[in-house]
Design a binder for this molecule. Structure first.
Ligand SMILES: NC(=O)c1ccc[n+]([C@@H]2O[C@H](COP(=O)([O-])OP(=O)(O)OC[C@H]3O[C@@H](n4cnc5c(N)ncnc54)[C@H](O)[C@@H]3O)[C@@H](O)[C@H]2O)c1
Length: 376
């Protein structure tokens, strides 16, 4: 690795473009290359962000020795092979969710990352959202008391999204619910059982032979008596977009609002019934970040002259998580802290979803998480 700032290449410039100004502003990183399929969009993004090295071919980019790390934001079916190729090329890898779509591909990524000795981090947004950070902070400081239960939901109508989405089994994109539950407890999943509910349209169901409108799962944890509950839907189910996590302790609980942009609700035990719930303003955790990237927790972006201004990017939308993800990845590569989630945790979170769908197809049969998803 070069001695100066971490030299990062970003592949996939839809969602991925959100991260370019954050790497550029981070004091210990820079974005040195970008990659996406069409030259016109590549040049448009490269010109807008002042990035000279541009590739339409991912493998050609990997041959660029000046790149230390690759941040992959390409469509889901490409994640596993691109991650493996990047690790084999000696690059550290950050990859958007999910890690892969098969247990076998997760295994290959864990084995390869450990063999080549490079950092792998799955860039799960929810575990760096301000809502998650707030609940985790309350739990870690003992405010919630003993952790009793955690649940999460992610309901989103994906009609009209790109070609790899239609008919996707809901639990194949489950890290936004599994990640926060497991991250909150600090434990890995031991087993999962899941039931499918309802039915999506026949043409959608035929694509992956996955019929269920909603999949809901219980997850048992290693070394913990807490059981997590998660549910997901992608098609043919009426619901405003919602990624949520609820955390229940013996002294306090915090629930995500039912409607977007409403306040969180905190419940405090041993109060008169009417006074148990209170709406709370969720604090921002920008102070955990280097000063130049703090504005990005609220959607702040830097223009080419280095001035900050606000934009309505997904950066603010994903709970302000994007600068936290960038900083966590940079810190992990520099050896200052473990990647969160690291390669085995990423495999554990992703395999919960893959195995949950298998379980649903078998009427709820429990599935054990494979050993390679637990700490070495
Ligand atoms: N909250 C989150 O964590 C979150 C949010 C949005 C998207 N995502 C993930 O980000 C990924 C991309 O989503 P999107 O909505 O931007 O998709 P998109 O289809 O809009 O964009 C995909 C990008 O990848 C590029 N690309 C496709 N195949 C490529 C290849 N073989 N080599 C190099 N570049 C390639 C395309 O040119 C395009 O720039 C998905 O995997 C999605 O799951 C995660």
């Amino acid at each position: 690795m070069s001695q100066g700032p971490l030299r990062v290449a970003v592949a996939g410039l839809g969602f991925g473009a959100e991260f370019l100004p954050i790497y550029r502003a981070h004091p210990d990183a820079e974005c040195v290359a970008i990659c996406q399929r069409t030259q016109a969009k590549l040049d448009e993004v490269g010109d807008a962000h002042g990035i000279a090295a541009r590739y339409t071919d991912f493998d050609a980019m990997l041959r660029d020795d000046s790149i230390d790390a690759v941040h992959i934001n390409t469509p889901i079916p490409a994640h596993a092979e691109q991650t493996l190729a990047a690790l084999e090329a000696g690059k550290h890898v950050a990859c958007t969710v999910p890690m892969a779509t098969s247990v076998e591909d997760c295994r290959r990524i864990v084995e390869t990352a450990e063999r080549v000795g490079k950092v792998y981090m799955m860039m799960e947004t929810v575990v760096y959202s301000r809502e998650y950070l707030y609940m985790k902070d309350l739990l870690d400081r003992g405010e919630l008391g003993r952790l009793q239960f955690v649940q999460a939901s992610h309901m989103q109508d994906m009609e009209g999204w790109p070609d790899y989405w239609p008919g996707l089994p809901p639990m194949h994109y489950a890290t936004h619910v599994v990640g926060p539950c497991l991250g909150m407890t600090g434990a890995e999943a031991d087993s999962v059982s899941c039931h499918g509910s309802g039915r999506i349209a026949d043409d959608l169901a035929a694509i992956h032979d996955a019929p269920f409108a909603v999949e809901s799962a219980h997850i048992t944890l290693r070394g913990s008596d807490v059981v997590a509950r998660v549910h997901r839907s992608l098609f043919d189910t009426a619901r405003q977009y919602r990624e949520s996590i609820d955390v229940y302790g013996s002294k306090q609980a915090v629930e995500w609002p039912l409607i977007e942009h409403r306040p969180l609700v905190k419940h405090v035990a041993k109060r008169p019934e009417q006074e148990i719930p209170e709406e709370v303003e969720c604090p921002d955790f920008a102070h955990l970040l280097p000063e130049p990237i703090q504005p990005f927790t609220t959607g702040g972006v830097y223009d080419l002259e280095g001035n900050t201004h606000l934009s309505f990017t997904q950066g603010g939308g994903h709970g302000g998580s994007h600068p936290h993800l960038v900083h966590a990845f940079v810190e992990a590569v520099r050896g200052h802290r473990r990647a969160f989630p690291d390669v085995r945790q990423s495999a554990n979170w992703t395999c919960v979803g893959i195995l949950a769908h298998e379980s649903a197809m078998e009427g709820g049969a429990p599935k054990a998480l494979p050993d390679f998803t637990h700490p070495a």
